[in-house]
Design a protein around this ligand. Structure first.
Ligand code: SF4
Length: 429
């Protein structure tokens, strides 16, 4: 492990603090966890701020926690454990802040069937998470004949009334972020990348059609400044048109308000035994092997169970037909990763209705992790004392052995194994 104290490999031949930093591997691990969590919080706080929402408690924590990661500041492991859990609490606050900012500006999402095919005419595909960029793009493309398609984490945008009202918001094209190289190459129109996760285009493919904005940057791409999309629109008009090719529809927009509208139905389906178990299968998707686990698990979930999902991990299975239980959809897409806040609200409301806590519900969380927002969300769930979660496909590399085993002991945190065995264990509970 790299040591931030002496900037050498900890305990290695160049280590100048043998016996000091060597003992601090767990503190380094917790400091790294904190840093990753803060990056996730920063992303959500950035989006909220762009929409005019700030929270001084969130900002103050960012400073305190970042300060706590500087050299030789504390050697007390318990302080760091407390701080990573507080990071989870602050992440809930910032997700709530962002949810309020989104719903205030774009309305409360409603369940919406989204087209996955294409319409005849020029098109722009927009990827990333920034709904304000999408809104401004829709305003500026209105009446120009250019259709707008969402990609990856933009899919949940289709559920927001103030975004779905634009008739030229034509559908969702493709899957999760790691498919960009293939899907953007095939997409004939112009491309706008608003946030992570953006990839560098392979040589001689779509770099000349790629535009970046705000925090994104790809050398050779064109920059959009001040949300002025005129060059992007001009480019889209100069490119070959997309074909009329209708596709399958997929559902999104199950904000907690919509799901809680079904609360009575859900509660009576649980009481009558028609719904046996809830799964939350979702999180960040990635390109490494092993992620088929999530597709296979979703396919194996028995027909008397409901799957909640969020973030781009859902693309592993969101085009499958799961049907419904007495009108309650078996696949409920609550939205982007920040809408983990909605999933928490749903779980808390169900727990309240059944006079238990989240751990007393027939609910299991099976999370895929990849980047920093997923870390912040994991910390939020640990802060809420959610036990028995499964994470995968691999353990986060920044968790030392001791820290991981501490989490396993305290929160019964489990690593995914294979879908069949995990499902059997979950349903036996
Ligand atoms: S959910 Fe995570 S992996 Fe997926 S696009 Fe968003 S940040 Fe990237």
């Amino acid at each position: 492990m790299f040591c931030y104290q002496c900037e050498q490999t900890a305990g290695g031949t160049g280590c100048t603090r043998v016996g000091v930093c060597g003992k601090n591997e767990d503190i380094q691990s917790l400091q790294d966890t904190l840093l990753f969590g803060l990056k996730g919080i920063a992303a959500y706080a950035y989006h909220a701020r762009e929409l005019g929402a700030i929270d001084t408690e969130v900002d103050a924590f960012m400073h305190e926690a970042l300060f706590k990661t500087v050299t030789n500041v504390s050697f007390d492991i318990n302080q760091y454990i407390e701080l990573v859990l507080k990071c989870g609490y602050i992440n809930i606050k910032v997700m709530e802040l962002l949810d309020k900012a989104h719903t205030r500006r774009f309305g409360i999402p409603v369940p919406t069937a989204v087209e996955t095919g294409t319409r005849k005419g020029p098109g722009i595909i927009i990827t990333g998470h920034d709904l304000l960029d999408l809104y401004e793009l829709l305003k500026q493309t209105e009446g120009t004949g250019v259709n707008v398609y969402t990609h990856g984490e933009m899919l949940p945008a289709h559920g927001y009334p103030e975004l779905k009202k634009f008739k030229h918001l034509a559908g969702n094209y493709g899957g999760a972020w790691q498919e960009q190289k293939k899907e953007f190459k095939e997409f004939p129109g112009a491309i706008l990348a608003t946030t992570n996760c953006v990839l560098i285009p392979p040589e001689n493919t779509y770099l000349d059609r790629l535009f970046t904005i705000s925090i994104t940057g790809v050398p050779g791409s064109k920059r959009v400044e001040g949300r002025d999309f005129s060059e992007l629109i001009k480019k889209a008009k100069s490119l070959p048109e997309l074909k009329e090719a209708p596709g399958k529809k997929i559902m999104t927009g199950f904000h907690h308000t919509a799901v809680l509208g079904l609360a009575d139905k859900i509660i009576s389906a649980v009481k009558s035994g028609k719904i046996k178990h809830f799964f939350l299968i979702g999180g960040c998707d990635g390109a490494k092997a092993g992620r088929n686990y999530y597709t296979e698990l979703a396919e194996m979930v028995p027909k008397d169970c409901v799957i909640l999902t969020l973030a781009c991990g859902k693309y592993r299975f969101n085009k499958l037909d799961f049907g419904d239980i007495d009108g309650i959809p078996r696949l409920i897409d609550v939205g982007q990763c920040n809408n983990a806040y909605s999933a928490i609200k749903i779980a808390e409301a169900l727990a309240g209705a059944f006079k238990t806590d989240v751990n007393g519900l027939p609910l299991t969380l099976v999370l895929s992790w990849f980047e920093q927002k997923a870390v912040a969300i994991l910390l939020s769930l640990l802060y809420l004392n959610v036990k028995g979660m499964y994470i995968g496909p691999t353990p986060p590399a920044f968790l030392s052995k001791n820290v991981f085993s501490l989490l396993q002991k305290k929160f019964d945190l489990r690593l995914v194994t294979n879908p069949k065995d995990d499902l059997e264990k979950i349903l036996k509970k």
